[in-house]
Design a protein. Structure first.
Length: 698
């Protein structure tokens, strides 16, 4: 944890910055690709004159800091902000030379931004409440309210009010390169300062932010209501394989039901094949629109035939396929996010921003990690072992093989009964939080403290965790509750979301600097959630009888899951590359491109082990539609989770979890070194899997 021991001051910035990068971007008045409103209004001569005046006033020891601050302000100063004279007056008045005064400004900005962002986050949560929670039918006005983002105007207001300029004048914008090069020498305050200026590094117009919000909100609503009524499905010979009333959301519910069927023998295999057919109809957009969240008619996925429950024919209009709605939403998200491109000259595509700004990792670095898992000898040997355990050839849906999980010996019905009796409603799960957290390894005091800061809600979609933004607020855990209470699928998701919430509470309420709240990127919070989710049966008192067997199989389970979601992440990445190469594509063209990319990834990594080519199953994940370029985070999350879990098992789970979560939003490299003492890599997972494979073979 060298970066925690070495101290730097806010004044000693010159040693820590990629100065050439910043100064090279100082004034972009002549960039033809940038919209007119993004062009700097300040002449180079005025910038130079302003720097000279500030150096004369405050001394040569401030020169480098002054040059950086003035350049940062000039780059973002627009005609609406004033002329050259106004620019110079602002810089001369608000440059802070005194270290103590500079620190006071930092602390005040931190206090204020917590309240601004926190309250706006709570307003946004309320606007979306009927869309996110299972509270009955959605009123049309709620769909409109859900597309509003009042926070979209805040950044521009802070620029117009000159607050953002004061921050940029006095604190440096840090690039990923500077963080990687110098971050090990930074103290906590210096890291927090780097996150302060992240807030103002880009001046994105409110109307662009609103368009992104509307697109993402629309795709989320689409996904949240994409349910399949399983009791309405029929085999080729007209048999029902699933009970009436079973309603599964795509893709989460369908996948989890498929995984549960490994305990059901031949009957389970038949159900798995039917679910596989459903998934293919969805990704190919061959599914009849009439069966989406509707069980009125009977549907045979294998033949794609629809008929009335009384055996009669149905109108041709009812049999019509879903008209590429899935891919229209993906296209809407791309086009909305692409509108942001001109405002990020250093990262001019959403792909670059998602990786370098948000994940703080390069696209190539992430891809190499995922490919390392999929091309490993361990993955190939594991596929052969699973084939042997199944006693049959692998089928495409075996990417979700669940035979290494402790729950493999328990039927879904048994698990549903256990969970339903214990958690009949959200209030019961809320009440159980302290006990669940104590069982995991948190002290009674810390378990109560965490539980008081988490609210359990009934989710309309599959479930998600919504953290707070200010410490006076609470995190929200959303999962599904049916008429008969929570089922195992909802419980499993709830424990996953609880992992998110616990990380969110620690990394906000127990953090030393608000600007450092959170974790390095989404993959890290997913990793914490996976650590919780992997202990879901322990929390029900259904632990593995043979602990040695559980330890032996755990690396194999993790490797298989990582390979599956890694391939899905690669599909997501390839689809976004295709979108940038084909920005004028139609939904139908995008559909074919997604399917082609899914086939390509399958053929490269899975076909050699499964014996089938051109499978399109990897396109089923709903995240691809509702969460733009999100899936690589899941992939990385599994790799990180294995490293975190291994460290947690060596010590005090509760204390070590809190210590890790309180590290805050460092770079992935700095965070991993501080948390587990090693870099982010698939090596630990592959080595553990190799050991397990050799033991099983013996």
């Amino acid at each position: 944890m060298k970066f925690l021991r070495k101290k730097t001051t806010l004044v000693a910035l010159s040693l820590l910055l990629a100065v050439g990068v910043l100064l090279g971007q100082s004034v972009r008045a002549e960039s033809a690709e940038m919209p007119e409103e993004t062009m700097s209004a300040i002449s180079r001569s005025t910038v130079a004159e302003t720097i000279d005046k500030l150096i004369a006033r405050h001394g040569a020891e401030h020169e480098e800091q002054i040059r950086i601050g003035v350049a940062q302000v000039a780059e973002r100063f627009r005609p609406v902000d004033g002329d050259d004279e106004a620019f110079q007056a602002l810089c001369l008045e608000h440059y802070i030379a005194n270290p103590a005064e500079r620190r006071r400004a930092f602390e005040r900005l931190q206090e204020v931004m917590e309240q601004i962002e926190g309250h706006l986050h709570e307003v946004r949560r309320e606007l979306r409440r009927p869309l996110d929670l299972d509270l009955g039918p959605i009123h049309p006005v709620d769909r409109l309210l859900g597309g509003i983002n009042l926070a979209a105007h805040v950044t521009e207001d802070l620029f117009r009010g000159k607050v953002a300029f004061v921050a940029l004048l006095n604190f440096p914008v840090s690039t990923l390169a500077s963080r990687l090069a110098h971050g090990a020498a930074w103290d906590r305050e210096r890291w927090a300062v780097s996150r302060l200026t992240d807030r103002f590094a880009t001046r994105l117009p409110a109307e662009v932010r609103q368009e992104v919000t509307r697109a993402l909100s629309g795709s989320y609503q689409y996904v949240a209501g994409y349910n399949i009524h399983m009791g309405s499905l029929r085999t080729r010979d007209d048999r029902a394989l699933f009970p009436e009333g079973l309603k599964l959301i795509s893709h989460w519910g369908l996948r989890d039901e498929l995984k549960s069927q490994y305990a059901e023998g031949e009957a389970g295999l038949e159900r798995q094949r039917m679910i596989f057919d459903v998934m293919l109809r969805i990704v190919r957009q061959e599914i009849p629109a009439a069966v989406i969240d509707d069980g009125t008619h009977l549907w045979t996925p294998a033949t794609n035939k629809l008929r009335a429950r009384d055996g009669g024919e149905v109108a041709e209009t009812l049999s019509a396929r879903e008209p590429d709605t899935r891919y229209r939403h993906l296209l809407d998200n791309f086009r909305a996010l692409r509108r942001e491109d001109p405002y990020y000259p250093a990262t001019p595509t959403y792909i670059e921003r998602k990786f370098e700004l948000e994940r703080q990792m390069t696209e190539r670095e992430v891809e190499e990690l995922l490919v390392a898992v999929l091309e490993s000898a361990e993955f190939g040997d594991l596929a052969a072992l699973i084939k042997q355990r199944l006693g049959r050839e692998l089928e495409p849906f075996d990417i979700w093989y669940a035979g290494f999980a402790p729950r493999a010996a328990l039927s879904e019905d048994e698990l549903d009964r256990i969970v339903g009796a214990r958690f009949p409603d959200p209030a019961a799960f809320q009440e159980a939080l302290p006990e669940l957290l104590e069982t995991l390894g948190f002290t009674p005091e810390r378990a109560r403290w965490l539980s008081e800061r988490i609210v359990v809600d009934p989710s309309r979609g599959a479930g998600h965790a919504m953290g707070a933004r200010r410490r006076e607020d609470r995190a929200h855990l959303r999962t599904r509750f049916g008429a008969d209470g929570m089922d195992y699928k909802g419980y499993n998701i709830a424990i996953h979301e609880l992992g998110h919430n616990v990380e969110q509470v620690f990394s906000l309420n127990a953090i030393d600097h608000w600007f450092l709240r959170g974790v390095p990127n989404t993959a890290f919070t997913e990793a914490f959630a996976f650590v919780f989710q992997g202990r879901d049966l322990d929390l029900l008192g259904l632990t593995e009888d043979d602990a040695t067997r559980g330890e032996l199989f755990e690396p194999l389970r993790q490797l298989w899951q990582t390979a599956e979601i890694g391939a899905v992440g690669l599909v997501d990445m390839q689809v976004w590359r295709w979108l940038y190469e084909n920005p004028s594509a139609t939904p139908a063209e995008l559909r074919e491109a997604v399917l082609a990319n899914a086939r390509d990834v399958w053929n490269r990594f899975f076909a050699p082990h499964f014996g089938q080519e051109d499978v399109e199953l990897l396109a089923i994940y709903s995240h691809m539609i509702s969460n733009a370029l999100y899936l690589p985070d899941y992939s990385l999350g599994h790799i990180i989770a294995f490293q975190i879990d291994r460290a947690l098992r060596r010590g005090d789970f509760g204390a070590d979890f809190e210590r890790m979560a309180r590290l805050g939003r460092l770079t992935p490299t700095a965070w991993m070194e501080a948390a587990v003492g090693e870099p982010l890599a698939a090596t630990a997972l592959l080595e553990a899997a190799r050991t397990s494979l050799e033991t099983v073979e013996r």
